[in-house]
Design a protein around this ligand. Sequence first.
Ligand code: KIV
Length: 271
Amino acid sequence: MSVNKEVKRITTHILQEMKHRGEKIAMLTAYDYSMATILDDAGLDVLLVGDSASNVMAGHETTLPITLDQMIYHAQSVVRGAKRAFVVVDLPFGSYQGNSKEALNSAIRIMKESGAHGVKLEGGTEVVESVLRIITAGIPVMGHLGLTPQSIYKFGTYTVRAKDEVEAEKLKTDALALQEAGCFAIVLEKIPAKLAKEVSESLHIPVIGIGAGQDCDGQVLVVNDMIGLTKGFKPRFLRQYVNLYDGILDAAQSYIKDVKAKDFPNEKEQY
Ligand code: KIV
């Protein structure tokens, strides 16, 4: 199924309406033009140019090394492919934590140089000043709470967050603070489903979950995981819809075989 090309661009206002009428928001990451074109054609509501590009595109162990320039490059490619989806871009590690002016300058560079529609950043009350400043400049901001991969060396592991009362209370306070600051949506990553339900029901802005259960207002996955490109990565929350790793491996092996056997190209495949 491919969606009507005439349909208008998804906006923060439309996402808000979707929450209110109980229509789930479908979001996936994208990092390049070809994938963005397919995902947009499929009808994704939001495409996230995630800093997970650091892992799945560049092969780094964490999201920390990716730079603002590299995020802008990925975002430009995704924006060219997305005709309908709302495109959000992660502010990478080190581009906003210093102070709110630095955060604003990074957000402005992303918007100006890529043509994206909003930015996402990790953290709660500690980033509220930056969120306020970015929103005051007219840039939509998405929050990100729970497992925040840019803080992996503080957490030490990628296990479920906010399982204890103290962390769960802090997460609820942070979610409210981000909403009060004007965030148009919040991502909740890898937290108990019960807590995510409570937060989704208590906020009036959309809550998008990844490993946060079925009661969030929408879901997001890293596209490379969801299409089976990241071999061996199978956390409980991940549903893999196709196994492209094996599909591409088979195709590449068939190609090698055909080339070696002088079967490719054949007469019809030459000039
Ligand atoms: O960078 C990313 O892919 C993300 C998602 C996991 C939400 O932030």
